[in-house]
Design a binder for this molecule. Structure first.
Ligand SMILES: Nc1nc2c(ncn2[C@@H]2O[C@H](COP(=O)(O)OP(=O)(O)O)[C@@H](O)[C@H]2O)c(=O)[nH]1
Ligand SMILES: [Mg+2]
Length: 361
């Protein structure tokens, strides 16, 4: 095939050179079949190129690069992991001056007062029991333990599995819904999205655009319509079509906080009506650059909705990743995923051990 192709190409090149000298053009019976062959192969190459470009921008692009946890956590590593490593490398006996420095470092990385105290107490206890142990390793192990929770596991017999995504404005909810959808789609799941942030027309358009890129259906109504009705329609469609998942985006405007919580509670109730037992997950999206300031918000959302997991976004631009410990301890809710960038593959399933290892790499 390749031989024929190059033979045809060479023949046509020669003919082109010859055509400079019109007098030498000799019509040949070979021209037509070679032109057809050459044209056919050229068309195939063009189709292959178009297909390749579609794969590149479409959801089916299987080689989507997973984010690198080491790069994504670089800022927090500089502020927390590296500081602790150098602290422990200079001195490893827990005298009061050392403990004070350790406490300072943990607090500066937004680990929070309570969790810092917990870590320090645990370290002292563990060293009493086992004086030969490496203090830094003990501290890391304790961090892993504090970050480990049992999570609701998706039950694939439940069709659909419904996830409600909540959080204040600008934290990355809509982007995270798209990233979650992308992840599920890569796993071969059938899903539908709901644009239940009806507060701004822009938010509805944003989700629709993601839906187009992912070739996924998006249930949406006009700006200002009832978000609970949008969520209800999407869940109902999920039940009727026996889809694997329904992912619901929601509003996060701040200026009427009580109104927002009431609205979200209503969304949750209505989802339950469309599908008993749903939503199976309520995920709070938190902007990691806010550090500990996000704690109050998170508590409010948890009280109103009963969160099942946290998604910390913008980890790639935050040095306050220690808040992962503060938040999970205060709420006793697991971290579901980490946002490590703005692109579709930039969402990583959270794993306590990998997280702590990356912080101290
Ligand atoms: N660097 C970075 N930016 C993010 C991440 N997640 C979301 N963003 C950006 O945050 C901004 C707000 O996101 P959006 O999804 O509209 O937030 P929403 O208002 O909560 O729906 C957008 O510019 C996103 O691209 C992340 O993990 N890392
Ligand atoms: Mg949004």
């Amino acid at each position: 095939m390749l031989f024929l192709y190059s033979a045809g190409y060479t023949y046509l090149k020669i003919k082109k050179v010859f055509s400079l000298f019109q007098a030498f053009i000799i019509p040949s019976a070979m021209d037509l079949p070679l032109l057809v062959l050459y044209g056919g192969l050229g068309l195939n190459a063009l189709l292959a190129l178009i297909y390749y470009l579609r794969l590149l921008r479409g959801p089916a692009f299987k080689e989507a690069k997973a984010p690198d946890l080491l790069i994504g956590l670089e800022k927090t590593r500089l502020g927390l992991g590296d500081q602790l490593k150098s602290l422990f490398s200079i001195q490893a006996t827990l005298d009061p001056a050392f403990l004070e420095k350790l406490e300072e470092t943990l607090l500066a990385a937004d680990v929070g007062v309570k969790t810092t105290q917990k870590l320090l107490n645990h370290l002292q206890e563990a060293l009493k029991e086992n004086p030969q142990a490496q203090s830094l390793e003990l501290l890391k192990a304790q961090m892993v333990q504090l970050l480990t929770f049992s999570e609701p596991k998706e039950d694939s017999s439940l069709k659909p599995w419904v996830t409600l995504v909540v959080g204040v404005n600008g934290v990355g909810k809509t982007t995270t819904v798209a990233k979650l959808a992308f992840r599920q789609q890569q796993a071969g799941k059938k899903l539908i999205l709901a644009a239940a942030d009806t507060f701004r027309a822009g938010a509805i358009e944003q989700l629709k655009t993601w839906g187009e890129r992912l070739h996924l259906p998006v249930v949406a109504q006009k700006e200002g319509s009832d978000p609970a009705a949008v969520a209800f329609d999407a869940v109902q469609a999920g039940v009727a079509r026996q889809l694997d998942q329904v992912l619901i985006d929601s509003a996060g405007r701040l200026h009427t906080k009580v109104g927002l919580m009431e609205e979200l509670k209503k969304v949750k109730r209505v989802i339950q009506k469309a599908c008993p037992g749903a939503p199976h997950e309520v995920l709070l999206v938190v902007d990691a650059t806010q550090g500990q300031n996000a704690l109050r918000q998170a508590e409010d959302f948890h009280e109103a909705l009963g969160l099942t997991g946290l998604i910390l976004t913008k980890m790639d631009s935050s040095s306050k990743g220690g808040m992962a410990l503060a938040l999970t301890q205060a709420l006793q809710v697991p971290i579901h995923s980490l946002g490590l960038g703005e692109k579709l593959p930039d969402l990583q399933k959270f794993e306590a051990k990998a997280f702590v290892e990356a912080l101290f790499a």
